[in-house]
Design a protein around this ligand. Sequence first.
Ligand SMILES: Cc1cc2nc3c(=O)[nH]c(=O)nc-3n(C[C@H](O)[C@H](O)[C@H](O)COP(=O)(O)OP(=O)(O)OC[C@H]3O[C@@H](n4cnc5c(N)ncnc54)[C@H](O)[C@@H]3O)c2cc1C
Length: 251
Amino acid sequence: MRILVVGGGTGGTILANNLTRRLTSEIRAGRVRITMLSDSDRHMYQPGLLYVAFGQMTPDQLYRDQASMLEPSIDFQVDAVTEFHFDKNQVKTQSGKIHKYDILAIATGARIVPQEVPGLSEGSENFFTEEGAVRLHRRLREFQGGTVAMVVSIPHKCPVAPVEAMFMLHDFFKARGIRDKVKLRYHYPTNRVHATSNVAQWAKPEFDKAGIEYETLFNLKEVDPVNKIVHSEEGSAVKYDLLISIPPHRG
Ligand SMILES: Cc1cc2nc3c(=O)[nH]c(=O)nc-3n(C[C@H](O)[C@H](O)[C@H](O)COP(=O)(O)OP(=O)(O)OC[C@H]3O[C@@H](n4cnc5c(N)ncnc54)[C@H](O)[C@@H]3O)c2cc1C
């Protein structure tokens, strides 16, 4: 049996390793073969992006060699899948190879698409890519005071990241000695500060304690990067000096 895992991120790696451990005897006997195709030879620890944005990790600390994360019997190949042919149980890769399978697991993750919201790419920073996190860190270091606004599109990777980031902003500016010069504003699309009710119940009083302002039912409509105003579908308009976004995701 040929098991093909596409994507060498968290999901693909956990799945391939778990299957390998459970199917050890079948693999040894040659009855099962597990192949992983990924578009990179590196594995990124994505939660670390938040720490890069706040200067607590360097970008190189995010990465490990993907092959070193895998059970040795997994046939790991760096070759992005470009076409899925479900009717033929096969995929085609960037190098032109065809891989046939009996069982296919697609674990190609999600990517951000800020370009889907007018003005968001030009008007906001984010911590969902290495480049984004590095740029946000520079902006935070250079920030001298004013309004830092967070806007959230859901669903997104790591549901608690925006709440976590608000408290990290509070601590960051406190450590820089300019917390009193910074207004922190949090905007969330549902009718409470987080989609998960116990997170919302916990976070709301903690926001109050930290002096973090919040607005719920704020569904991101567009950003005016020239005048630095972010608009919601509900008709709210918020002036900012630094806008941090959790952009829409696709994948
Ligand atoms: C800032 C941030 C903080 C986070 N914090 C946490 C946390 O605290 N706790 C937690 O549990 N999760 C956290 N997450 C979420 C977690 O990182 C993701 O849920 C997880 O990485 C998703 O795993 P995945 O395998 O689905 O996708 P990914 O890890 O994104 O992996 C997808 C893989 O597929 C590969 N790929 C893509 N397209 C192709 C193709 N065509 N062919 C071959 N390979 C392809 C990519 O190169 C990548 O290796 C955080 C995420 C972010 C961004």
